[in-house]
Design a protein around this ligand. Structure first.
Ligand code: COA
Length: 386
């Protein structure tokens, strides 16, 4: 055992584990880029399918390439019919929809004829198939869990548009489809976040890409990561009224509770995705009124009060992240809180798989160390003498 204690990077903070050309977070200047493109431009001019192409091929597609890619995605939307039975059985046990999604992805892997083909081309084909099926799985889980008939995907609708159609059985308005597409684009990829790292750890053992995504889903679930949006929604509901924000914040900080949807390991300035969502939420609030407007007012007030309190404690770096502002848009789209993390997962499947495909090109098993602080050479005492 080494005598000097090595430096331990708790939470792997500040540790680089790979090189990437996929995304860049400039956490001090509120910037996020996918393959060099600013997220604001992608939201304004692109769409989720094109962003998926960008992340797999490191460039924007030409018109014919895009049409072919989009057609492949639309063709791959259907899921095996027996998945509904699994969903039904798990829903009867009151499983959280995120647990059902994790199981469904694992289950459908056995239907992929290229499951154990590990070439870059096969991995892209599998990734595209899985990304295309994710919204179908989420909608199926939603409908079957509520005793509703599942709705088959439609090939004539865009990725985001079709997702809302499969959830509610109604083609969404252009505005709703754009809101959904924005949410999908904003969640597609995000540096070496916890779930992407988990996917890479799995993939670095040369396990298949579905297993890597299952690791990603499992890791995304927690409230410190993707589960934060659901937690932020319940936090706004607990506050109840904008007038209650002041008192709630005082109590929460006294009890050392975290404000869900605020703070970030990398952003020490405003999360640019949260800024986009906040602006969109403002538009949603005035358009829809009702619950989205109420949640928006609470969120705005909470941001104001919490930031003032954090600043007074010398923490100007704790600011809203994307999960703070998505619950308002989700509510307007009639997506219930238990589906927030699943929707995130459906989008992030592009990022997980693109990262895995990039990493395994120059693979090295991920295997860090832990520093042993226990005793050594202890005497074994038989069970009857302890
Ligand atoms: C995201 C998060 C896990 C980052 O954690 P981290 O990198 O370890 O956080 P930092 O090193 O910047 O700061 C840790 C300290 O800052 C404070 N802090 C950080 N985020 C806070 C929040 N949202 N509310 C209140 N205090 C917070 C706490 O005092 C915390 O210390 P503690 O461990 O004693 O409670 C954390 O900010 C958090 O839990 N946020 C809420 C959950 C969330 O929104 N997650 C989604 C992220 S996209």
């Amino acid at each position: 055992m080494s005598s000097s204690k090595p430096q331990i990077f708790k939470g792997l903070e500040g540790v680089y584990v790979s090189e990437t050309r996929l995304s860049y977070i400039d956490g001090l200047n509120s910037r996020l880029y996918y393959v060099g493109y600013r997220i604001e431009d992608l939201v304004a001019f692109s769409n989720y399918e094109e962003v998926a192409f960008l992340l797999y091929f490191y460039r924007l597609p030409k018109k014919e390439e895009f049409e072919l890619f989009r057609a492949l995605m639309r063709e791959a939307r259907e899921v095996p019919p027996d998945v509904a039975d699994i969903v039904k059985r798990m829903a009867l046990r009151n499983a959280h929809p995120m647990d059902i999604l994790r199981t469904c992805v694992s289950y459908i892997s056995m239907y992929d004829p290229e499951l154990y083909v590990g070439t870059r081309e096969a991995n892209i084909r599998k990734a595209v198939r899985l990304v295309s099926k994710m919204p179908t799985l989420v909608a199926l889980i939603y409908r079957v869990s509520r005793g509703l008939e599942p709705i088959e995907p439609r090939k004539d609708l865009g990725h985001a548009e079709n997702f809302l159609y499969m959830l509610h059985g109604k083609v969404p308005s252009e505005f709703e489809a754009k809101v959904m597409d924005t949410i999908f684009i904003l969640h597609a990829e995000h540096g070496m976040n916890a779930s992407s790292f988990a996917s890479l750890v799995t993939a670095s053992t040369l396990a298949d890409i579905y297993s890597a995504v299952v690791s990603g889903i499992s890791t995304l679930k927690g409230p410190l990561h993707g589960g934060a949006a659901e937690a932020a929604y319940y936090q706004f509901k607990e506050i109840g009224e904008p007038e209650r924000v002041e008192a709630w914040v005082q109590e929460a900080l006294k009890a050392r509770r975290r404000i869900m949807g605020m703070g970030h390991r990398v952003y020490k300035s405003y999360d640019p995705r949260a800024k986009i969502m906040k602006e969109l939420d403002g538009e949603i609030a005035s358009k829809y009124g009702g619950e989205p407007e109420k949640l928006y007012k609470i969120a705005i007030k909470l941001e104001e009060v919490a930031l003032k309190e954090f600043e007074a404690r010398g923490r100007t770096d704790i600011q809203p992240n994307i999960d703070y502002y998505t619950p308002i848009a989700y509510t307007a789209l009639k997506i219930p809180p238990e589906l927030f993390t699943l929707t995130f997962a459906a989008s992030r499947t592009v990022g997980w798989t693109a990262k895995v495909i990039e990493y395994v090109q120059d693979n090295r098993l991920i295997r860090p160390l832990d520093y042993y602080i226990g005793e050594l050479d202890k005497k074994y005492i038989p069970i009857t003498e302890r």
